[in-house]
Structure formats: C-alpha cells, structure tokens
Design a protein around this ligand. Structure first.
Ligand code: G3P
Length: 222
C-alpha cells in the first residue's frame, strides 16, 4: 500500500444522501477539496454505485462488500476481480451490517490477495481481531456494533480495546483502523494517538450539513 500518514475510509452505506440516485452528487461535493494534509481518503461505495468509480479518477474507491467467487455463473454475487476491473482498489469485508461466515471471509481475502484487491476486514472485538489477523488482510477495522451511528465515539468509549487491536495488528504487519461514532477532529486525533492508522466513518460525514467541509476539518491537523 502507498505510504500515507493515515487513512479515512468514508463508508457511504445505503443512506439516501450518499447512495443510488444521490451518490454521484454526494461524491461531487468533495471535488476540489484541499487534500494537502496527506491523509488518504477512500470512499466505500454501495454495490449499486460501484460504476461511479470511473467518473471520479481523482478519488480512491472501495466496495462495501465482495463475494468469494471468480467470474462465472453467480447470480447476485460479484468477484474481487470484477471490482478491480471497475477501477475499485479494495473492499470492506464482514462489516457489522454485512456479516459473513468465517469460511466465506477467508476465501474472499484469499481470492482478493491473489488478484491484488486490498481488504479491510471488520471485527467487533479483540478476539475476532486475533482470529482475522491470521487471514492476513491489508487492514483490520475495529467497530463495536453498539456504537455505530451513535453519538459516543469508539475512541472515548473503548480506548483500551483499540490499543489491544492495534497490538494484535502490529504483530502481524496489518494496519489497524477504528470506527463507530467518530465525528470530531479530536476523535480522529485520539484514534491516531492510540496507534490506529485511521478511521472508518459514515454518519459523521454523510449526515453533516456540509460533508466536504466536515471532512476537511476532521483531517486538518492529523
Ligand atoms: O463503517 C463505518 C461505520 O460502521 C461507522 O458508522 O455512522 O458510526 O460513523 P458511523
């Protein structure tokens, strides 16, 4: 992976404001944003919006999911290779809102690695982080499900688990990122202070009055 000081992955989920008919306009709002802070910005698209990646070559896009398949007779599924072919460079896997079996997770990480698609495997606790580290994804994202979409940030509520997940990831050469309830510059700074390499964020940006301005102020002084 390229060398950035830290990473912000904006999960566009399936909010009306950021998916389907509104996805393109939502992403357009970030065009021209000052990105001199050196923070890597990635948009994680809902599957119905993956084709938008080709309209915004200045941005990096991930998928919110991928299936453990290659091209072929698979109805309603899509392969890691098909994402790459659309200009998508990575995928979230096993998000709390899209949990998959550990067998499917392992197979998807393996297929993704073989074709060169980056993987961010989500975990809900440190025990899962240990198990998923053995799969050797590129990143592990720790998100306590009960804090997702809420007002309390994982960085203030679970600092000791973040440190534990960071240690697990560091031992395996995997980047740790954290998410759930992250909204303010101080949440972001705290995630880095605790050793994470960035955040996974949704409602704090998507539901903000001015998403691009909110993102700018979040990453201004990482
Ligand atoms: O994938 C990001 C996510 O689940 C966190 O959501 O709304 O708490 O930032 P949110």
């Amino acid at each position: 992976m390229e060398n950035h000081s830290s990473t912000v992955i904006i999960n566009l989920k399936h909010y009306r404001e950021s998916s389907s008919a509104h996805a393109e306009r939502f992403i357009e709002g970030f065009v021209g944003m000052d990105r001199s802070s050196g923070v890597r910005i990635i948009f994680a698209l809902n599957p119905i919006d993956l084709r938008l990646a080709s309209s915004f070559p200045e941005f990096e896009f991930y998928s919110q999911h991928a299936d453990p398949v290659e091209y072929g007779a698979h109805t309603g599924q899509f392969s890691p290779q098909s994402l790459l072919d659309l200009g998508i460079t990575g995928t979230l896997l096993n998000h709390s809102e899209k949990r998959i079996s550990e067998d499917a997770l392992k197979r998807t990480v393996d297929i993704s690695r073989r074709c060169g698609l980056n993987t961010v495997v989500c975990c809900e606790n440190a025990t899962e982080a240990s198990r998923f580290a053995a799969l050797k994804p590129d990143r592990i994202a720790y998100e306590p499900p009960e804090l997702i979409g809420g007002r309390v940030s994982v960085t203030t509520s679970r600092p000791e688990i973040i440190s534990e997940v960071v240690n697990i990831c560091n031992r395996s050469g995997i980047e740790a990122i954290v998410g759930a309830g992250v909204k303010t510059p101080s949440d972001y700074r705290m995630s880095l202070k605790l050793g994470a390499r960035g955040v996974l964020i949704a409602s704090g940006i998507i539901l903000a009055n001015d998403p691009a301005k909110t993102l700018s102020s979040l990453i201004e002084n990482p």
